[in-house]
Design a protein around this ligand. Structure first.
Ligand SMILES: [Zn+2]
Ligand SMILES: [Zn+2]
Length: 409
């Protein structure tokens, strides 16, 4: 096909016009951008330029930077730096957060550690306090043995009311166990209790046994004769009491209550051995003519009183007759009666403490301590170290002693 020459000419004319206009537009744009750059270089801010020419700030930026390649590069570098810096800031912030996190964790751990230390300190404090309280209780028990509780000390197996025994009485039980083991017995019997009392040799029980001449040797011989030796070899800690011995301990507690005593002493144990009456101990005491329960009870009632003539303890005589602030024992009454009857004193000791007041002059300065009559008014007078007794009072005291003997023994 062949192009229409006329139309082709019109196209060529239009293209020339367009190229020309495009060229003009490029020049106008170049002038425009140049003017913007001049405005900026003259101190105008991009914001002002953008507002004045109704352009975006971004566009002004591009125009300004396009006129200065270095500026563009700087801008890119600045953007890079900004980005890097933002990145670093972010990293640093993260680091700070992590560190803060770690610090918080550390603080928490420190707090927990401090709490644990505090708890340990409190526990140690409590332990120390408990130990001190235990020590105080131990000291208190040591200082007041009669008050000691029975929780820790239970004594030999089968002992009733161990906590109600006086410390000395517990010691007697220890000695009793020792005697039982010594005899090769695998039990603590009444005879062991008696041997323990004799060995302890304490208080009124010791004095009573001593006065009756019941000594360890005699009593041990009695035990050996009556029940013999055993071949047992047992753990001393585990040696139990026989039911009879346990009953004796129970009776001892009853004797203590009879005396309104809080704790049982050796004398209560001795009374209980007599009260029980059927054990080997009672047999040995009977053989030694120790005296029966009532007699021993009476003597105990006189513990601490003394004969004004011989000084004998009320425990050591079966009769002690009282005058106003004076006492005379059965033995001294008998000795005085013999002197008054004209007999010689039966021993040098008797002669030392008792004397017949013979001369009138001696009688005048003496007074009977029992009836209060002056020596001059009485027929005969026997003088002791501190007081005297007239013949009439010696006879009366002798009758009183015999009367009580008749009913008591
Ligand atoms: Zn006497
Ligand atoms: Zn008299």
């Amino acid at each position: 096909m062949t192009l229409d020459e006329e139309l082709l000419a019109k196209a060529r004319t239009a293209r020339e016009r367009l190229v020309s206009l495009q060229h003009d537009a490029e020049i106008a744009q170049a002038d425009y951008h140049y003017a913007i750059r001049v405005l900026h270089a003259g101190g105008g801010s991009m914001r002002e330029i953008a507002d004045a020419l109704d352009l975006s700030h971004q566009r002004v930026h591009q125009v300004v930077d396009a006129g200065d390649p270095a500026a563009g590069r700087r801008s890119a570098e600045r953007a890079d730096r900004d980005r890097d810096r933002a990145e670093r800031d972010r990293t640093r912030a993260e680091g700070d957060r992590d560190r803060a996190e770690r610090d918080r964790d550390g603080a928490e751990r420190d707090r927990q550690r401090a709490e644990r230390a505090e708890r340990r300190k409190a526990q140690a404090e409590a332990r120390r306090e408990r130990a001190e309280q235990r020590q105080a209780r131990r000291t208190e028990r040591r200082n007041r043995p009669e008050q000691s509780g029975g929780a820790e000390q239970s004594g030999p197996p089968g002992v009733p009311g161990y906590d109600q025994l006086f410390a000395d009485t517990r010691h007697v039980l220890d000695l009793a166990r020792d005697e039982a083991v010594g005899f090769g017995h695998n039990y603590i019997g009444t005879e062991s209790l008696l041997l323990g009392l004799i060995r302890a040799n304490q208080g009124n029980a010791g004095r009573l046994l001593d006065a009756a001449g019941v000594d360890l040797e005699t009593a041990r011989a009695g035990v050996e004769r009556i029940i013999g030796r055993g071949a047992e070899s047992t753990d001393a800690e585990l040696v139990p009491m026989t039911p009879r011995a346990a009953k004796v301990v129970e009776l001892a507690l009853r004797e203590a209550r009879h005396d309104r005593a809080d704790l049982a002493r050796g004398e209560h144990l001795l009374l209980a051995l007599l009260r029980e009456g059927k054990g080997v101990a009672a047999q040995i005491l009977a053989e030694a003519d120790f005296g029966r329960y009532d007699d021993v009870r009476r003597r105990l009632g006189r513990a601490g009183l003394r004969c004004s003539f011989c000084g004998r303890d009320g425990l050591r005589t079966d009769r002690l007759i009282a005058g106003p602030g004076v006492f005379v024992c059965r033995e001294c009454v008998d000795d005085a009666a013999r002197l008054l009857a004209g007999e010689e004193p039966d021993s040098p000791e008797t002669a030392d403490r008792l004397a017949l007041v013979a001369s009138d002059s001696d009688r005048e300065v003496a007074t009977c301590g029992f009836c209060g009559k002056p020596g001059a008014e009485v027929e005969q007078l026997v003088a002791g170290p501190d007081t005297a007794i007239c013949a009439g009072c010696v006879e009366l005291c002798g009758q009183i002693a015999d009367e009580r003997s008749g009913s008591g023994r």
